[in-house]
Design a protein around this ligand. Sequence first.
Ligand SMILES: C[S@@+](CC[C@H](N)C(=O)[O-])C[C@H]1O[C@@H](n2cnc3c(N)ncnc32)[C@H](O)[C@@H]1O
Length: 362
Amino acid sequence: MFEQRDSPYPQLKKTHTMARLGRPWTDHKPPPAAPVWSVIEGLGSYYILLAAIELDIFDVIDRTGPTRVETLSKETDSSTYHLRLLLDAVVALGLLDQFDDIYQLNDTAKRYLLTDGPASMAGLVAVAPGPQTNWACLADTVRSGRVASPIENDRAGFYVPLVEGTFTTMYRCAARSDLKLGYSAMSSPRILDLGAGGAPWAIAVLERNSTATAVVNDLPIVIDVAQRKVVQHGVADRTEFLTGDFHQVDLPADEFDLVILGHVCRTEGADGAIDLIKRAFAATRPGGRLILADYFVDPERKLNPHAVLMAATMMASTTRGAGFTHQQFAGWIRSAGFEALRVIEPIGFQQQIVASKPREGQ
Ligand SMILES: C[S@@+](CC[C@H](N)C(=O)[O-])C[C@H]1O[C@@H](n2cnc3c(N)ncnc32)[C@H](O)[C@@H]1O
């Protein structure tokens, strides 16, 4: 009998092969270390992509076409030695292709990493994790229950680049959701977009329905982004702006056909999310609909790691942010008075709960 013991590569020991012993060396095989390595390398992977974006690598290759490191180091004013190692790492991450020392954009880079790619996330990479200093002291945050630099200390400083960075994705999502929501066919719909950011939802509806009008809410300074975007998209004449805290601003009762809560609930904690849903209900006209977009945590915490990690990101950098499950949101939405709930996913990773306010007499 062999004793049960650990070994770095048990399966590689020649003397322990099936052929020699007639059975595996041991029935206990330690689990691979790959999950731990993948986490350790996660930090480096993030900074490798961030550096490639900061150096404009993707946009430069788009301009030059497939090219060698020497050209890229001239174009980006970088050390050839260091740049080659960075580029190879970007290739290893699957975000660039390489063939015979020639680097070229692959489909992922063209779609997501070019500044003006059709689904560009280039502006999002730097801001999506929240203030990076908060990650370095995460254990302190968990121990003390206090975040060192919560985003609430400088909301405009955090949200202006964030909503610029998320606009392309959220706009694509809002535009695609017409297939499920049919807002382009509605007659003179009124839209309320609370915490609108660059107003991707309001803009998508206004562009696809020339009879629609919108009220767009956000905090001072952040709302400037929405003001700029509605002009760029040619829908400023049908947009009103309501500047201020979405928990406080006056909202007309029973007015809106579509009320959007787009990725605003998870920073507010359970009480704040419930308050926003109640306010949305009061502002929705009977027969109108709520659209609540978020990253919904699954009960197992394994089926949608993206949402669970987003919840941890909230914990790391907000005073009361969290992640909520479909069930939690559904309970709050029903308690507020909405009915006929359904979940739509117009583009990958982007889900919304859609619910209706009952018509009078129902
Ligand atoms: C994650 S962004 C979502 C933006 C947009 N709704 C979307 O789906 O792309 C959250 C937005 O909520 C806004 N916000 C945060 N707290 C707010 C508050 N108390 N009152 C109004 N807006 C707020 C932020 O400024 C930011 O624009």
